[in-house]
Design a protein around this ligand. Sequence first.
Ligand code: MLT
Length: 255
Amino acid sequence: MPSIHVYFLPELVRAEAVAGSCCVVIDVLRATTTIIEALAAGAASVAPCLTIEDARTRHAEFGPDAAVLGGERGGRPIAGFDLGNSPAEYTNTRVSGRAVVLTTTNGTKALVHCRAAREILVAAFINLSAVTENLCKVASTQTINIICAGTDGIITREDVLMAGAIVAGLNLPEDLLNDQALLARDAWLEVAADRSAVDLAARLTEVMRESRGGRNLIEIGMAADIELAARIDRQAITPAYDAKRGLITSGEERA
Ligand code: MLT
């Protein structure tokens, strides 16, 4: 029986348990938001790497002209890297036609955790409708596992809200949802209730500014990233991670 499972952290589901399913990975602040922005800006692919060393090696394999090296540790850019992890840095001028080799603290780990899945989609508020539409096509036949990256093993509100927004959009019978899916959906419905699109983006920004990840970004002078991450449906792509090739592409070929 197909079902929708939400996991508030990758650690809450064994890597083998997602084998053969459709996984959705969420790290709103900021890894998945940045990946979507980079691909929408024309990057050929994004190669997520777990460590700084892996990222340097992968970048060298692509060759410096063919790839951009980006990422963060503690939210800050990494010494010697071309770009940090602010979505707005990934402009057409910087990334068009090039691969982006990216290492982040939690988001890239969550992606790699799902490597046994049949399909791995990349989601954030900025592509909410695109992801939900893609999932609608498979929800009646496949198990969907929605995995929140969290921050350093701690559940983050923005990832749970995003998971809830997907669950609400799919509108499936409750007996197909696990308890985390029900909790996420109800949390989202409470935030979204009776709000216009403009109002909702403002409320989301407020909520994210209060979260652990959001407070960290404000502290290091990156509050603008929170506003961008709250722009629901800013992009219309659903990137997919091919774990065998170690590459995320825009998914436009699927549309
Ligand atoms: C992560 O993967 O943990 C995030 O990218 C953190 C950040 O953007 O600062």
